[in-house]
Design a protein. Sequence first.
Length: 450
Amino acid sequence: MKPTDIRIDDVAFEYEDFLYRTPIKFGGVAVDRATIVNVHIHVSTKSGKMAKGFGSMPLGNVWAFPSKKLTCDQTLAAMKILTERVAKITAQHKDYGHPIDLTHALEPAYIQAAAEVERSLSLTDKIPYLCTLVVASPFDAALHDGFGKVHGLNCYHTYGPEFMSHDLGHYLGKEFSGETLERYVRKEPQPRMPLYHLIGALDPLEDKDIAKRIGDGLPETLPEWIRHDGLTHLKIKLNGDNLAWDVDRVVNVDRVAEATQQQRGVKRWCYSLDFNEKCPNVAYLLDFLKQVQERRPDGFARIQYIEQPTARDLKANRQNVMHEASKIRPVVIDESLLDLESILVARAMGYTGAALKACKGQSQTLLLAAAAQKFGMFLCVQDLTCPGASLIHSAGLAAHIPGVAAIESNARQYCPAANKPWEARFPGMFRITDGTMETGLLTGPGLAAC
């Protein structure tokens, strides 16, 4: 035990619900609303210092708990009940520790709670481990936030041996023995980082694609967004089960983007491609890349990386190896990234990158970021259409983990109402004009959100 360790004194949470200004498509499902969990945890040290930590995260049930047997309302209801269980379990834990150790100790009870919720609701699909991580993530975030605040430090200053009782070998195995987490984390954030703008499968590219304008003053077509925010990084959502549509979509995005960037005098921009696990196999991906290269060679050259093209259950789909595709561009795991074992399996299957997400927990994400860096993997940070405090949390990870090139920020497009209370406090984070976020703002105590 260290004198800096904290204990959980009290836990509270509440929900916020928001309608999207326009739907976003995840894995073939159109999502038009978000339920956000806001968590408050009171912590104290043995010496009597006290602080309140805050964490926030969208539940994102369509992404975290996909099901062909259960409705979206049923999966969301299950996640809400699990949230209540997680809050109770967390409040009952009275050991002292660093936030990573507290979450590490609590996780088995969270997993058991998920199984109990399955049984109590007689769910026809199991609650995925990823879903449990998402539910637990705002509680974990609140612990890190409270730990930093009780010591008057930004939480990224609290990952060295003066605060942590264990080295990375304790969490990640003997290959990491003697190494400290701070080796893989910047204490100070990068001053500015490029922002990845999402082009959803339902989003209009040009005026002719709009049946009726939203008319709320925000951009609606791709050229409007590029000019409004000064964009240079574009993430393209693809279907993965319609090769002709996917190729046409990238071709048309590149055509529209090129014309707009030429008008702006911008010569360099890039794309990431997200198939949301829908590609049937790697042959589909290779054929897709070949056709894009033939039709838009300059557009093909702008592809920075490819995200989770095939099914998230890697062990059940070992035939979907990515060795050939990864020779062309980095192929990263997202939904598959759950623990160290998933990284090892992914590497054996030819994946060369990892998509880090705050919604999987600050503790888990930092440990897996260390492992991915040690293994020389390509890194990116993506969000779950995170608004407000959850965006600050996500951006903080991107700005403090070496090797991450850009930040994803979708809520400003789909859920801007949830960002409104934060814009005046962090204008450089929520008002984008030159395609970048002012991540140098993220130096306050805890997670720097409040």
